[in-house]
Design a protein around this ligand. Structure first.
Ligand code: 5GP
Length: 116
């Protein structure tokens, strides 16, 4: 899949669309999911034109995981939970809907999601 710079997350990165920002640094941005699967559903994206994890330049790997760790620690405190569910869908066949690489962080358990 080639990168389409008109995708929603590219527009958020360019401040053309609003988001509820959770964290930002030079290489990554984290914001609340607009259709949360649970309270506190948060996304982390790299500030680079990557559709899937397979397109991500090496220098962004560590930055993404550092941000996921920081945001995950904050979610643990904010939602009084020890468990944070983290996942990433790479490619349409995997269910990816927004063609800019993103990581999901959910302060919930798979059991809770399944019983909803
Ligand atoms: P995917 O299915 O591609 O892994 O997840 C895309 C996620 O992006 C979904 O959870 C969806 O709710 C979220 N999303 C889609 N459009 C927007 C938007 O405009 N703003 C925000 N903050 N999240 C969005």
């Amino acid at each position: 899949m080639s990168y389409d710079d008109q995708n929603i997350f590219a527009k958020i990165l360019r401040n053309e669309l609003p988001c509820i920002k959770v964290y930002e640094d030079e290489l990554t941005l984290s914001f609340m999911d607009i259709m949360p699967q649970c309270d506190g559903h948060t996304l982390v994206i790299p500030k680079v034109s990557a559709v899937t994890l397979f397109d991500l330049p090496e220098e962004y790997y560590q930055a993404c995981f550092q941000t996921m760790k920081k945001v995950g620690e904050a979610l643990k405190i904010a939602f009084s939970t020890e468990g944070i569910m983290m996942f990433q869908l790479s490619g349409e066949q995997a269910g990816q809907t927004v063609p800019h690489l993103h990581f999901h962080l959910l302060p919930t358990s798979i059991v809770t999601l399944r019983t909803k």
